[in-house]
Design a protein around this ligand. Structure first.
Ligand code: GAP
Length: 463
């Protein structure tokens, strides 16, 4: 079930593979194959009740840290389907392509740049491919009643362009001085060829991106800043630091306009791979849109009395990929002294779908109303779940498996002493607490389980 061999690179704990995680995700209501009734839909998932809560927590954490806790970043929600001129100017219509080859032996279709030793991943044939042809990843649609070339529009393949085309609107209306950032969370679409890794790479996915506009000579310093800042966010979510690293792109990997680009990588069960990109994009995008629209997209610097085109640093990450990484990082199978195994997700409380589960010892008619009353008290304060089905041991296991940090058990003593038992997920330690102090006690327990959050570093430049 887990890959014992991946205890390499000094990473001690074995990790769950994608099959284990996707089956847990389905069994426990995180993610279902989309339209499973009809046999599913390739590489497309529907998120269930627990997945929805977890994704909301991920977005909230990102938004708090990237927008609300900062003085230099503001938000935006741009349209998913917009004027196709945007995608012509950005280069997506012409060059947003993957090199596609067909295997002459089994007719499988693959990205040439992902082949190992020019061997077919499907049938093993070596060097038996068609010549590569460029395959555009944009998803097309039609706007209006007539489906002709003039009506073609695209589903956005990234949220980033929304920030570039609104640069002037935001800068003017918010009276922003450089440096400042524009952040956005939303769905993006790509007609990906290489999928099949659960929610790692899908055709519909959700991005969290921020374009940080700065003076050109400050670009490289801000790129260094944002790499470290983004890494700190992952640590604040409780991701094991030894499974995170920054990989700076080599000169030959850089786009012609980029002075520096880095990937933040996570050590997945299959090896190191990208979780987030942090790119220095220079003035490429603003210049491209200024040229294509004929409008000036510059910044007037009141200190130096000059018009400049700001440079941009862009941290860009996917909600789905963060979710997969968190599930993989948190997954554990523990065996106790009696040889019994429990599956547990050691999720940080701020991302766990449920924070507190309320569990009456049984469905006894005296216990249930008391447990429900306690649930009513807790609901305004925590993400809660009430569960009275099956034995208490099985319910603890169910909560462990979805990463619930704390359970509150209501038993017959509660009826006399108005106290309950708090059970902690990781240590399984139990403590007795009066109902009158329960909210406070749970808050303390949540805090004790929350990773230390390093605050964002101050600007590398004098204000
Ligand atoms: N604006 C820059 C941009 O979109 P990217 O490296 O193509 O850069 C950024 O995407 C992040 O979005 C990736 O690091 C990944 O987390 C996520 N992402 C990209 N394509 C994805 C896909 N097909 N499925 C899931 N997540 C994806």
């Amino acid at each position: 079930m887990t890959d014992a061999d991946n205890a390499m690179d000094g990473v001690e704990a074995p990790q769950a593979d994608l099959e284990t995680l996707s089956s847990l995700a389905k069994r426990r209501g995180f993610a279902f194959p989309s339209a499973e009734l009809y046999g599913g839909f390739a590489s497309t998932y529907d998120y269930g009740p627990l997945g929805v809560e977890m994704r909301r927590n991920i977005r909230d954490s990102w938004w708090r840290r990237m927008v609300q806790q900062r003085s230099d970043v503001v938000g935006l929600e741009a349209a998913i389907v917009t004027n196709p001129a945007v995608w012509r100017a950005s280069g997506h219509v012409e060059v947003f392509t993957d090199p596609l080859v067909d295997c002459l032996n089994c007719q499988g279709r693959f990205r040439e740049d992902k082949l190992e030793d020019r061997t077919c991943p499907n049938c093993g044939a070596k060097d038996r491919f068609t010549a590569a042809r460029d395959f555009n990843l944009l998803m097309r649609t039609f706007v209006g009643p007539v489906e002709d070339d003039a009506a073609v529009a695209y589903l956005r393949p990234e949220t980033a362009q929304g920030m570039f085309v609104n640069y002037d609107n935001v800068q003017q209306t918010m009276r922003r001085r450089l440096p400042f950032g524009i952040a956005q969370i939303g769905k993006s679409f790509r007609n990906e060829i290489t999928t099949g890794q659960f929610i790692f790479r899908t055709r519909e996915f959700e991005q969290m991106e921020m374009e940080f506009f700065c003076r050109p000579e400050q670009g490289l310093e801000w790129h260094r800043y944002w790499k470290e800042e983004r890494l700190a966010w992952f640590r604040s979510l409780g991701v094991r630091p030894e499974r995170l690293r920054i990989r700076d792109h080599e000169q030959k990997e850089l786009a012609h306009y980029s002075k520096a680009t880095s990937d933040i990588e996570y050590r997945y069960q299959w090896g190191w791979d990208e979780i987030e990109g942090v790119a220095h994009r220079g003035d490429y995008d603003l210049t491209a849109h200024a040229n294509a629209s004929g409008k000036r997209l510059t910044y007037f610097d009141p200190d130096t009395n000059e018009h400049i085109v700001p440079h941009v640093v862009e941290p860009a990450v996917g909600v789905d990929r963060v979710m997969l990484m968190l599930l993989m990082d948190a997954y554990d199978e523990e065996t106790d002294d009696r040889g019994e195994t429990r599956t547990v997700l050691h999720l940080a409380p701020q991302v766990a779908p449920v924070t507190v589960a309320v569990l009456p010892l049984s469905r006894n008619e005296r216990l249930v109303p008391t447990a429900r009353r306690i649930w009513d008290v807790l609901r305004p304060h925590f993400r809660t779940q009430y569960d009275d089905a099956q034995s208490i041991g099985r319910r603890y296991r169910r909560q462990d498996e979805v990463g619930t940090p704390l359970c509150v058990t209501v038993d017959f003593d509660t009826l006399d002493d108005d106290a309950v038992t708090i059970r902690q997920r990781d240590s399984m330690a139990q403590s007795r607490v009066p109902v009158s102090g329960l909210v406070e006690a749970l808050r303390g327990a949540v805090e004790a389980m929350t990773p230390v959050v390093e605050p964002p570093a101050p600007s590398p430049f004098e204000d």
